[in-house]
Design a protein around this ligand. Sequence first.
Ligand SMILES: [Ca+2]
Ligand SMILES: [Ca+2]
Length: 474
Amino acid sequence: MMKTSHILFILIFCVTGATRIFSQNTKPRVIVTTDGEADDRASMVRFLLTSNEFDVEGIINSSSQFHWVGGTGWNAFHPVSWVKDYIDLYARVYDNLKLHDPDYPSPDYLLSKWKVGNINGIGEDDIRTEGAELIAQVVLDDSDSRPVWVQAWGGCNTISRALKIIQEDHPERMKDVAGKLRLFLIWEQDGTYQDYIRPNWEKYNIPTIISDQFDCMAYIWPKVLPEEVRTYFEADWMRKHILNGHGPLCDAYENNNEAFNAEGDTPSFLYNISNGLRCMESPGWGGWGGRYVWVRNNVWMDPLPDSTYKRPTGRWFIDNSWSKKMENDTAKVEMDIRTNYFKPIWRWLDDVQNDFAARAEWCVRDYTSANHHPVVRLKNTPLSIKAKAGSKLKLDAGKTYDPDGDVLSFKWWNYIEAGTYSGKAISGSGKTKFKITVPDDARPGDTIHMICEVTDSGKPPLTRYVRVIITVIP
Ligand SMILES: [Ca+2]
Ligand SMILES: [Ca+2]
């Protein structure tokens, strides 16, 4: 059964014109707020290498409960200029990146979007900073109706200040601004979501993801990732594909004895890559940034690890995190629960890391000696299909091609957790075409999410997808 909230999410999307992102291939607009922790700096390398996928509307320093101006020791605040330093390194590989995609934004453009937000203390959201003003200005701008994805890699305080500016200066605009906003929070890394944003803005149903499952890409990855993807984070892989011989931006990638260190904030922008999974249409569908379930208003959080877990009614953060609670589990039954909890992210991590590796190659190679993503296109198959139980359908990704002329492999599979039909699994592989019989026990209203995963024969192998959603009708 489709929840009212699912419908609401999709409705808001349609009303604000977000569906254009997919039909006309316009890019998602994104704003990053970052507390500059070591793992944010690692995420920034990947973000800049991925910046051809977005319209970057802001990169903003912000504080968090972990780092603020005046914090000492581990809580120290990295000088705000680190953002500029990384953009300067990006400038040194920019010409080469453009050989692979002319859409990479210029370093000058990125620098013009870098602003300092609220950084003076944990949860400080009183000062009208340039960063807060920029966020307010972007969402208030009527000339572009597309949604704006605002990511909290640190605290929510600069976002909170931006929303206060809107409430103070343009109270009549709150509702339409909320219709444009999308929030992706990596935990609530300060109290401002509960203290200001929730009581004043949640009623306007801003699509909001508050993530805990991101943690499998942070420091605890060696404990919680299953063997099959852990290889992609170990020193051998990282040295070969990122750290050695990939130019000055990758040279600056902070690591842990050449193994992956952490990129806890990365899922918030992996979610905004238009890779065919269509996860931006609903957090419940799942994609590179994870999969979430509806909680209240239009707020989405992590699926319950098992029925004994209780969802917090207040702040969702490190102190009550399920990730932290499960981090040191060693009993098999507990480890299995933990592995399953993080699966919405790690199930894609081989593809995610190969994507990173290809972009690292783009820093130093010419077009013909590097790999590029396949372009997955359906043939005579709509993205959404209405069908009766028992009916036979043919799904066809026959217009798919690879810009390098690589051999492509196709794997069709049923993303069971993303849909509402929970009966027998449906899968198949090897062909562009996939025949499916809608199961006899599927009920009207059930949804079946079929993913076609296309991987090329290049090095590193690159994967793109298409998702076809079947809705069962009477
Ligand atoms: Ca951070
Ligand atoms: Ca290719």
